[in-house]
Design a protein. Structure first.
Length: 87
C-alpha cells in the first residue's frame, strides 16, 4: 500500500517584482502519474496542469501554491510556493 506523498516543485514563474499582469508558472513532481492542485492567493484548491498561466493578475502581492496528488490519494503536505508583486 502506497502511503508516501509525492513532492512538488516550481520550476519557473514570475520575477519577484514585475509590471506584467500575466503570470506563467511551471511545476513538476519527480513521481510519475500524479495530478496537481493549484491555488492563487486565498482561492480554493483546483485541479491544474503545468504550465499554468494566469491573466489579468491584479496589482499587489500574490502567492501561488501547487501540490501533487498521486493515484493512491496521497497529497503533498508541503505545497510548493511562489510569491511575487505586480507593480
Amino acid at each position: 500500500m502506497d502511503t508516501v506523498a509525492p513532492q512538488t516543485s516550481i520550476v519557473s514563474g514570475p520575477k519577484l517584482r514585475t509590471t506584467a499582469r500575466t503570470a506563467k508558472l511551471t511545476f513538476r513532481s519527480p513521481q510519475a502519474g500524479v495530478t496537481f492542485q493549484c491555488k492563487l492567493d486565498k482561492s480554493a484548491w483546483r485541479g491544474c496542469r503545468s504550465p499554468l498561466t494566469y491573466r489579468k493578475v491584479k496589482r499587489g502581492a500574490h502567492i501561488f501554491q501547487v501540490r501533487a496528488k498521486d493515484a493512491a490519494g496521497n497529497v503533498d503536505a508541503t505545497p510548493a510556493k511562489r510569491s511575487w508583486r505586480v507593480r
